[in-house]
Each structure stands twice: as C-alpha cells, then as structure tokens.
Design a protein around this ligand. Structure first.
Ligand code: ADP
Ligand code: ZN
Length: 218
C-alpha cells in the first residue's frame, strides 16, 4: 500500500509512521531524515539543503524530487511504502502522482494528523531524537528509559537543529502556507483520512488503524 502521512511538524507522523511501517513491513520514507543523514555525511546536496531546513524553511522542490524519485526505485518499495514529509507542496504532489504512474502503483490514501497548535509547540520544544535509528522521545510526554539514551539502539539522544523556538515557529508557518493546501488537494481526490492526533501515542495509533481499515475497504 502507498500511504502519505500529512500534518504539521510535531503532529506525530514519525512516531505513528514507524509503527505502521513495522506492522505492514513497508518502508517509511522520511525526506527530513534523508536530508539530516545527507548533511551529517557532508554531501554537497545535504549541506545545501541544511541551509534551508536548519532555519525551518522548506527545501526547494527541485532538491527533493530527485531524491524521492531515486528512493522509490529501491527494491524494498515494490510492495508499497509510507511517505513521511513528502509531498509538502502542491507542485510536489503533482510530481508524486506522475512518479506513481511511472511505477505502476496507486495512492491508497493520505493520513492527515490533526492537532492543535499549542500542543505542537510543546511537543517539538521537548523533543529528543536518536540520529542513529530515528526514534523520537519527549522529555516529559515520552521519556526514554535512561535519560539521554535511545531505548532501541543505545545511542545518545540529540535535539534537532530545527527544534529551536524560532525554527519551530517558521516550520509551522511554512506548513500553513505551503503544505496545508494539500488537505483540499487530496480531499478533492477523495483520499484524505483525518486522524485526531491529540492524546497518547497508543490512542492515536488506534485511530490510525481505523483509518487504514477504511482505506482498505474503499
Ligand atoms: P517535521 O515534520 O518534524 O518538521 P521533517 O523531519 O519531516 O520534520 O523535515 C525536516 C525539514 O526538512 C523540513 O522542515 C524541511 O526544511 C525539510 N524537508 C523535508 N521534506 C521536505 C519536502 N518534501 N520539501 C521541502 N522540504 C522538506
Ligand atoms: Zn536509536
């Protein structure tokens, strides 16, 4: 199945996406993670993209679509995939639709994680991530078992460069202006499923499973 995870920064796309991916055995492709890895590896594209994302701005479309086009050709994508953080603009959504056509797959649905703005700021402000395995934690709401250490792989947890208060505000504005129009875009195409993303990760996951069930029935 091909599913897009949509929603503002901090809405829980990463956390929920990892669970769905594990359940379905499909890869979760996060363009944000790809950019962070490329920057950490010091590649030219990675360093160029970091000029944008570290400030909370979207990376230009042309830097994103080539990466995605290549990633979707990988063998692990043959039985479907979850997209986390792509598309983020209407232009990217149009390109995705062409790419899917070329691969002979169809979009099953879009999960829209809806959450109130105040919740987003506190979720992102306390966030810690593992840059080895991609797991995310929250100092209050979802602390790791040992402070500062990833439960899954034992690596030290870090705060993302774009989780500063200024970058968080910028990311939320970028979402409203450039990404939120995708809600209408996909609603018009009859594939949008909204999941209320307030509450614990388990509560949200139960709603995700309902939405995936509806997608499969339609
Ligand atoms: P979050 O959803 O928590 O903001 P992501 O890890 O998905 O974070 O993305 C981090 C940053 O990477 C974004 O703020 C943006 O700068 C860049 N980025 C990721 N995906 C895209 C995309 N599809 N188009 C443009 N920029 C992107
Ligand atoms: Zn880890």
């Amino acid at each position: 199945m091909v599913v897009i995870l949509l929603g503002p920064p901090g809405a829980g796309k990463g956390t929920q996406g990892r669970r769905i991916a594990a359940l379905r055995g499909a890869p979760k492709i996060s363009t944000g993670e790809i950019f962070r890895d490329l920057a950490a590896a010091g590649t030219p594209l990675g360093l160029e993209a970091k000029k944008y994302w570290s400030l909370g701005e979207l990376v230009p479309d042309e830097m994103v679509v080539g990466l995605i086009a290549e990633r979707l050709k990988d063998a692990d994508c043959r039985n479907g995939f979850l997209l986390d953080g792509f598309p983020r603009t209407v232009a990217q959504a149009d390109i995705l639709s062409t790419l899917l056509g070329g691969l002979g797959c169809k979009l099953d649905g879009v999960l829209n994680f809806a959450v109130q703005d105040e919740a987003l700021v506190s979720r992102l402000g306390g966030r810690q991530t593992c840059d080895n395995c991609g797991a995310t934690y929250h100092v209050k709401a979802m602390p790791p078992r040992a402070e500062g250490v990833c439960d899954h792989c034992g690596h030290a947890l870090v705060r993302r460069a774009d989780d500063s208060p200024e970058a968080i505000r910028k990311r939320l504005r970028e979402y409203e202006v450039k990404t939120a129009p995708l809600l209408t875009y996909y609603a018009d195409r009859g594939v949008l499923h909204t999941v209320v993303s307030n509450g614990s990760p388990d509560e949200v996951y139960a709603r995700v499973q309902d939405a995936l069930g509806q997608m499969e029935a339609s």
